[in-house]
Design a protein around this ligand. Structure first.
Ligand code: DX5
Ligand code: ZN
Length: 217
């Protein structure tokens, strides 16, 4: 069964404790936390102090997606704040290998994300060092966008690439953007291990039930 990581970007930012309680009640696997800096993406969200408080309010692993320039400057802060997984964008790193190493040195799982237009070869040199590859199925920056169908081929190709490198068991494929109950199956069938869903969960009338439905095979 695939995992579900609700993205609190679509939740009420003035009531994140409720969003966390909903994630726990629905049986979410991770809580997906979108960090945006107004440079790498046009939007701005939250920083390490908020992640620290989220961590105090939940036992679920915090899956921290850094959509920021120079992510190496903030890895230690997000690790100290309680992130379980830190994912950086390949496009934001001049020295991807050293950023991945820095994440691992904090005792945190390391992920690399790719924008829709970035080919898989951007992640290939570090693929054996990773715990997760995050395929963006929308252009990062905002929730509520439509799933880009070409992402399915990229997921299948990543699945093959991980197999060819002999690391399929060790590296999770996560997909983020435009994921809803009605396209979840084809995304999973393409090889996805972890679905990120924001609007589909927190804009639903009953977020707890929406998470449960994602968990039903
Ligand atoms: C977009 C973020 C996503 C976002 C997904 O840049 O990385 O995590 O919350 O939102 P939905 O599920 O609404 O497309
Ligand atoms: Zn995200």
């Amino acid at each position: 069964m695939s995992k579900i990581a609700p993205s609190i970007l679509a939740a009420d930012f003035a009531d994140l404790a409720t969003a966390l309680a909903q994630c726990e009640a629905g049986g979410a696997d991770y809580v997906h936390v979108d960090i945006m800096d107004g440079h790498f993406v046009p939007n701005i969200t939250i920083g390490p102090p908020v992640v620290k408080d989220l961590h105090r309010h939940t036992t679920l692993p915090l899956d921290v997606h850094l959509m920021i320039e120079n992510p190496e400057r903030y890895i230690v802060d997000f690790a100290d704040a309680g992130a379980s997984i830190i994912t950086v964008h390949a496009e934001a790193c001049d020295h991807l290998r050293s950023v991945v190493k820095l994440i691992k040195e904090q005792g945190v799982k390391a992920g690399v994300s790719l924008k829709p237009a970035t080919p898989l070869k951007a992640v290939e040199p570090v693929i054996a060092d990773l715990d997760l590859v995050l395929i963006m199925s929308v252009n990062p920056g905002f929730g509520g966008q439509e799933f880009i169908p070409e992402s399915l081929t990229k997921i299948r190709d990543l699945d093959k690439l991980l197999c060819n490198h002999g690391v399929r068991e060790q590296v999770e494929i996560e997909v983020d953007g435009g994921v809803y109950l009605d396209n979840a199956k084809e995304i999973i069938d393409a090889g996805t291990d972890v679905l990120v869903a924001g609007s589909a969960i927190f804009k639903a009338p009953d977020p707890v039930e929406a998470i449960r439905q994602f968990k039903r095979p």
